[in-house]
Design a protein around this ligand. Structure first.
Ligand code: 3HC
Length: 725
């Protein structure tokens, strides 16, 4: 492949008169402009050649296509590539050249056909697939819409309701389901894929199989009135579930146009809307997240050294509490044999019981069969001593946050575990160098910081010290991928990346209510901004015990920028400790529904009198925009510190940490991306002003001051920015 081009297609014409066009653009055969333009010329050639009767489109190396090349959207957004004429690919190439051709085409689908890949196949006159293939239109997840005819062809092939489900959830279906839906014409083993597709194509030519243009099908579409009702319902749901995003509704417009005014007008509408959505801010954020999420496993100086992950055959976990049992669940779910160690029978039984309960809840919800449950549970063994640790490849310690206990455990591990064994701690606060102080194994000590519940939350902070070997990080990155977590590699410090960013967020919220802001308005503004819940509702959910323990760590380590609020400790004294006690910032009924509590005022007033602050009339009347700024700019400030200190290597890693660890809305692109969309100058000036009025909690750090004073982007690499400034 020419190194200047991104992908290509090749065409081979067989003696049977079938031209096989193969999409080649590793690793997922994405449809770059180069691939698409090559496809067009192959097609034109196939149509003009007398020795070609029919065409088969397939993908190289067991993958049909992962869809349009997503980096192409970025190039259009940045203006480095001009978008072709609106509708050129979808209408001129895929519809008028391919679907309307005088020669039939069949898609031979192996592996995956996603987004533009599935859309291309839907324009073919039949689709043959292998059993494992995934078929879907996940475009909305990226902030774009199916733009190669998917909004028109999918409802015509599988019906409107199923098409809406597939498009709105972005979830793919497997080949068998695709077959029963009418999306796929036949499912065959890999080895028979091409021969079946070729035969099918010739059968169409010879009228033994129907020649179907998906775009012209009408049998699966509901009557107009019913279709309008279905779409109305879908719009209502979408408005509720994605209130800050425009593109899902714009996608529904394209679907509706096609149903009301016919597929050709629908295609034109899709093309128009598809081109508009590319410049939405939410789309820019989501595309940034797609690449950033994949970028977290690229760690300079670690993953660029040619190291291969070692095979982890067995893992031991110390501590069967909430975290330990969650981690064990995550591991056995991905087929790792696990030993769970506890200090006595009672705790061990409780730990294993928690793992069991985690899996049973899947069985109850129907996402796990009884057999799979038994098989998964059989991977877990209990232990009360270290004897069975002699052949483990990795240990994850998940006991309470007590330094001397952890030091003892690591000293014991060094004695019992094999030399190569990775020694990981799930600590969220304690310095890993201290934990390993009594060992000579500092190079294999690493943090594996999971988030609760560990078998559900998608993030894994991999914490390295100055001594942790690159091999150990590579190994843990591999385990992270296998247990379906997004790993972010961070440096060793109190709170790592996520908790350090979380802390100022909650603190800012406490500060504002002490100065007169309404906590319920803060929660509502923050939820509208896109967080799953506001800071007060969240404190109730995690419980005040945890909130106080974390706060203590920060007060000790970062006293100069801590706002010490007594609201939570005062409530705790009165045995209101959050949702578990049914009373916190809110009151909770039997169904865990939260209701504001007028009594809360009492605690706020008392806390205010202790801190000596006054009600500030300006803060009483904050707009929603000001609430967001005052709660999230301190987070940006801390993220800048984390970045400047090298705790995070890339700003994009902090974006992912904020999204997956804090619930920051992905369509805002993550904390640093969002900050840059607002501008460092503005953020710096606001924090600077507040720090003068309200104290050092808001004081911009040196990094922010440096970049903010020049308006330089906060996410630019640290070295580069230095040299520029
Ligand atoms: C006009 C059209 O309607 C618009 C579109 O088609 S938009 C695109 C729709 N397609 C998608 O959303 C699919 C996106 N891709 C995925 O979900 C997953 O990558 C996948 C399921 C295809 C493969 O997953 P997995 O095997 O875990 O590999 P994953 O690490 O995600 O990707 C492998 C590499 O392919 C790249 N890649 C995957 N899909 C891509 C795409 N559509 N465009 C460009 N690059 C893509 C990834 O960035 C990654 O690159 P890297 O190795 O340099 O980091």
């Amino acid at each position: 492949m020419d190194s200047r081009t991104k992908g290509k297609t090749v065409m081979e014409v067989g003696g049977d008169g079938v031209a096989v066009i193969t999409l080649i653009n590793p690793p997922v055969n994405s449809l770059s402009f180069d691939v698409l333009y090559n496809l067009k010329s192959n097609y034109e050639e196939a149509l003009s050649r007398n020795d070609v009767k029919a065409i088969v489109i397939t993908g190289a190396k067991g993958k049909f296509s992962g869809g349009f090349d997503i980096s192409g959207f970025g190039e259009i957004q940045k203006g480095t590539r001009k978008e072709p004429k609106v509708g050129y690919i979808s209408i001129d190439i895929i519809t008028d050249l391919l679907e309307a051709a005088r020669k039939p085409s069949v898609a031979a689908i192996d592996g995956l056909a996603l987004g533009g890949g599935l859309e291309l196949s839907m324009a073919c006159h039949a689709r043959i697939s292998t059993p494992g293939a995934q078929l879907g239109l996940p475009e909305l997840q990226l902030g774009v819409i199916p733009g190669f005819g998917g909004t028109q062809r999918l409802p015509r092939l599988v019906g409107l309701t199923k098409a809406l489900e597939m498009i709105l959830t972005s979830k793919p279906v497997r080949a068998e389901e695709g077959h029963s839906l009418g999306l796929i014409d036949a499912v065959v083993p890999s080895a028979e894929l091409l021969t079946t597709a070729r035969r099918w194509a010739l059968d169409i030519v010879e009228r033994r199989k129907p020649w179907i243009s998906s775009l012209l099908k009408t049998d699966k579409l509901p009557p107009l009135g019913e279709a309008r009702e279905i779409l109305k319902f879908a719009r209502g749901q979408t408005r509720k579930q994605a209130p800050n995003m425009k593109h899902p509704l714009m996608c529904l417009d394209a679907l509706e146009t096609g149903i009301v005014s016919g597929p050709r007008v629908g295609l034109e509408k899709e093309a128009e809307v598809g081109s508009q959505v590319i410049s939405l801010d939410t789309t820019k954020g989501l595309i940034h997240v797609f690449f950033s999420q994949r970028g977290t496993v690229k760690v300079p100086g670690v993953t660029d050294r040619g190291l291969m992950p070692r095979k982890i055959k067995k893992v031991a976990i110390i501590g069967g509490g909430l975290m330990g049992s969650g981690i064990a669940t995550a591991l056995i779910l991905s087929s790792y044999p696990v030993i769970l160690k506890e200090v006595n029978e009672k705790f061990l039984e409780a730990g294993i019981g928690r793992v069991k309960a985690n899996l049973q809840s899947r069985v109850r919800k129907g996402s796990m069969s009884k057999e799979k449950f038994e098989k998964t549970m059989s991977l877990l063994k209990g232990s009360l001593d270290y004897e069975s640790f002699r052949d483990v490849d990795m240990v994850i310690e998940a006991v309470i946050e007590n330094i001397s206990l952890k030091q003892q455990i690591f000293a014991d591990l060094e004695k019992y575990c094999p030399q190569h064994c990775i020694l990981a701690s799930n600590t969220s606060t304690i310095d890993l160098n201290k934990i390993g102080e009594r060992t000579k194994s500092q190079d294999r000590i690493v943090g594996a910081h999971f988030f609760s519940p560990a078998h559900v939350m998608p993030l894994l902070e991999i914490v390295r010290t100055n001594h942790t070997s690159a091999q150990v990080i590579v190994d843990l990155l591999d385990v992270g991928k296998k247990i379906k977590k997004t790993p972010v590699v961070v440096g060793n410090c109190t709170g790592f990346a996520v908790n350090r960013m979380f802390f100022p967020y909650t603190q800012a919220a406490m500060f504002l209510v002490e100065r007169g802001a309404d906590p319920y308005l803060i929660d509502s503004a923050v939820s509208k901004f896109g967080m799953p819940m506001g800071p007060f509702r969240l404190c109730d959910l995690v419980g005040f015990g945890v909130a106080i323990a974390t706060a203590t760590q920060f007060i000790e380590n970062f006293p100069e920028r801590t706002y010490k609020s007594m609201i939570i400790p005062l409530m705790q004294e009165d045995k209101r400790a959050g949702e578990a006690t049914r009373k916190g910032f809110y009151l909770y009924d039997d169904k865990r529904k939260a209701k504001p509590d007028p009594e809360l005022k009492k605690y706020i007033e008392k806390a205010r009198s202790i801190s000596g602050g006054n009600v500030d009339p300006k803060l009483v009347k904050l707009s929603e925009k000001e609430i967001i700024e005052m709660t999230f700019f301190p987070v940006v400030n801390e993220a800048c510190r984390v970045f400047a200190e090298g705790i995070a290597v890339k700003a994009a890693d902090l974006d992912i940490a904020a999204i997956m660890g804090m619930g920051f809305p992905p369509y805002r692109g993550g904390i640093m991306f969002w900050a840059d969309s607002i501008g460092s100058k503005y953020i710096y000036s606001r924090l600077d002003e507040w720090s003068k009025t309200y104290g050092d909690f808001f004081k911009p750090c040196a990094f922010l001051a440096e970049r903010g004073s020049k308006g330089a982007p906060l996410s630019a690499p640290v070295e580069q920015a230095r040299s520029r400034l």
